[in-house]
Ligand binder design. Structure first.
Ligand SMILES: Nc1ncnc2c1ncn2[C@@H]1O[C@H](COP(=O)(O)OP(=O)(O)OP(=O)(O)O)[C@@H](O)[C@H]1O
Ligand SMILES: [Mg+2]
Length: 256
């Protein structure tokens, strides 16, 4: 059974801003899908929709074979089952951090899911160790550096070990060493059979981390879905999607 199935999804923000238009896509278990496209094309919106934070205005979205609707996620039992399986790290991690210490931040998910105290302590400690965040455990998350905040947000999702990870520009703000560590970790996740859907502007990641690439265009429609090689060889498409600078910019301007 597919992890997600989107059928002709249209989404507009309450302000009337159109963010997704006629998007149809199926994501299979264990797949690593990378979403690319220009600023404002709808990548973050797409991830929020998969995370059940917003819902299609037209069309339909299914997760694990069941419709993603506000009614369903209002039911505590169904919401629990869904949130246990799907974790999202927002692009703007500030919006995700609300606890008074890093430790509490990472413990929030497990507490909310009603785990036993001992299991919570054990999982939080091991996640902090794994993410090399132990030294920051007592700090106030909002007063950390950008990269540190990102790591805390990631830890707060990894701690519950979800089947599906939704990552919005996970490498942005990370130093090269931490980026490399994260990439290694993400490829490890694939071996564990996790489903990873990630939005990024870093094209160099695609051949290493993606089974498939989806390109969202500036009209908020899906312009292409395919294996990395196929998509990356389509220069005209990449230029149209603002993913590579146009030839004239690369060449002429700089030389003249
Ligand atoms: N909270 C919001 N309220 C109203 N409009 C929004 C909101 N968030 C995003 N939008 C609009 O929806 C469209 C899609 O935005 P989205 O954040 O999904 O783009 P994105 O592809 O993630 O861009 P970026 O590469 O800059 O992160 C844009 O036109 C944006 O202005
Ligand atoms: Mg975004």
């Amino acid at each position: 059974m597919a992890v997600f199935e989107l059928r002709e999804v249209v989404y507009r923000y309450p302000t009337g801003e159109r963010a997704l238009d006629q998007v149809s896509l199926t994501i299979e278990p264990g797949e690593r899908l990378i979403l690319v496209g220009p600023n404002g094309s709808g990548k973050s919106t797409f991830l929020k929709l998969l995370a059940g934070l917003i819902f299609p205005e037209e069309g339909e979205a299914l997760a694990f074979g069941l419709p993603l609707t506000p009614e369903r996620l209002k039911d505590p039992e169904q919401a629990y089952a869904f949130r246990r399986r799907v974790g999202l790290v927002l692009q703007n991690v500030e919006a995700q951090l609300f606890s008074s210490t890093v430790w509490d931040e990472v413990a929030f998910g497990p507490l909310h899911l009603g785990w036993e105290r001992e299991r919570i302590v054990q999982q939080v400690e091991s996640t902090l160790r794994f993410m090399q965040l132990e030294a920051l455990a007592d700090r106030f998350p909002h007063r950390l550096s950008g990269g540190e905040k990102k790591k805390v947000a990631l830890a707060s999702v990894l701690v519950i070990d979800p089947e599906v990870l939704l990552l919005d520009e996970p490498t942005a703000n990370l130093d090269p060493k931490t980026q490399k560590w994260l990439l290694g970790f993400l490829s490890e996740l694939a071996h564990q059979g996790k489903t990873v859907v990630m939005a990024t502007h870093e094209l160099y990641l695609l051949p290493y981390l993606a089974d498939r690439i989806a390109i969202l265009g500036d009209d908020h429609r899906l312009w292409a879905v395919g294996v990395p090689q196929e998509v990356l060889n389509n220069r005209e498409l990449l230029e149209r999607a603002h993913l590579v600078p146009e030839e004239s910019w690369l060449g002429g301007g700089a030389r003249e």
